[in-house]
Design a protein around this ligand. Sequence first.
Ligand code: SF4
Length: 425
Amino acid sequence: MCNEKSAFKMKSKVYFKTFGCRTNLYDSQAMIGALKDYEVTLDETQADLIVLNSCTVTNGADTHVRSYISQIEKKSNAKLFLTGCGAHTKGESLLKEGRIHGVFGQSEKLKIDTLLSKEKPFYDPGDLNYIDEAIVDDFIGKSRAFIKIQEGCDFRCSYCIIPFVRGDARSINENKILEQITRLALNGFGEFILSGTNVGSYGKNTNTSIAKLMKKISQIRGVRRIRLGSIEPIQITDEFKEVLDESWLEKHLHIALQHTSPTMLKLMNRRNIYNQDRELFEFLSDKGFAIGTDFITGHPGENEVIWDEAIKNIQQLPLTHLHAFTYSKRDNTPSSIMRPEINGKLAKTRLHEIQNIVDEKNYNFRKNFNLPLEVLIENKIDQNLYQGFDQHFNRIIIQSNEDLVGNWVNISNYEIQKGNNYAQL
Ligand code: SF4
C-alpha cells in the first residue's frame, strides 16, 4: 500500500537547455514529453538536473556549450547531462574532466527517466542510424509546431561536421508523422514547419518524397499552412514544382545556397550550380514566392575576385531573407585545412554587405506586395504589442488591446517600414 508521504514525494526538477537548430528543439520537446519521474522547470535556477541539448556545428558552438557549463558550475549544484550533436564530439572529454554526470546520444532520448536516475557517471552515445519514433503532442509556448521528418544528411559539404554526428539521411515513418500532425492539429496548431537535417531528402530511400508527404499533410483537418525548414536547390524537382500553387504551402521557401560564386561552391563541395540557382529563384519569384537562403562568408579561399563575383550574383537574385554566417572552422572537416584562411573581421564586413543588400530587397518586396497579409500571431513582445509572421515569413508588429497570441488575422491596412511591417487592430 502506498503511504501518503511517498505519494506526494516532490519530484526533482529538470531544466532543458537547448542549443542550435530546430532538430534540437524537437528533441528537447520529445524528452519533455517522455519525462514521467521528474518535473520540468522553465527556471534554470530551480533545477536539480540540467539536460544540455548541444550543438557542434562549429568550434564556436562547442565553446558555447563549455562556457554554459562553466556558468552553471559557478552558480548551481545541478547535475549536468549532455546530449545532442556535441555528445559525439565533446561528450567523452567533458565526462573525463568530471564536468558532467552523463552523456547520451539523441537516439536514447526516450529513455530519459532511466538516464537521469543513473547514480554513476555514464557515456551512452547511442546509434547514429536510429530513426525517430517519438510523437510530440504539444509545443510549449509556440503557435507553430516543428515536426521532425528526417534525420541525417548524405551531402558532404566540405565545411560541415553534421553528417558525421547525425549520420546519413533517413526518413521518419510517414504514418508517425501524419499521426503526430493530426494530434497537434486537434490541439489547435494550424501551422507546421517540417524540419530535419536535410529536409528535402525526405523519402529518398523509402520510395516517397517531400512533395508526396506535404500533400498528405495538407489533407489533415486543421492544417492551414505548411512550411519547410530549408531545402536544397536540387531538391526542387518537377514533382515539387507541382505543389507550388497550393494554398497550404507558405509563399516563402528557404533554399540553402551557402554561396553564389561558382568557384567557392566547388571548394565547398556543394551540389548547387549558380546559373541553375538563378533560374530557379527567378521562376519561384515569378510565382510570388519570398525566397530566403543560407550564406557563409569568409570560407578559406574567398579572395577578392571570388567575393566580387559573389556580390554581383547576390545582386541579381530575387532574395528576400538571409541567414548568413561567418565561416567558423570545424576540426576534421576538409575546409579546416584549406588555405588561405580569411580574416574574421573581413568575413564580418562581407556578411554585413550581403545582409544590407538582402534587407533592401526585402523592403522592396514588401512595398510591391499589395494584397492582405495572412498573419499567425506568435507572441506578445510588450504591453499591447504582438508579433507575428505573414505568408512570406515577414515579421509584423501589431498593436492591440486584445490578446492575439495564436490567432490568425488577415491584415489589409498596415505600414511598411524598413525592417518590419506594423499594424493596429
Ligand atoms: S547539406 Fe551540407 S551543410 Fe547541410 S547538413 Fe548536409 S553536409 Fe551539412
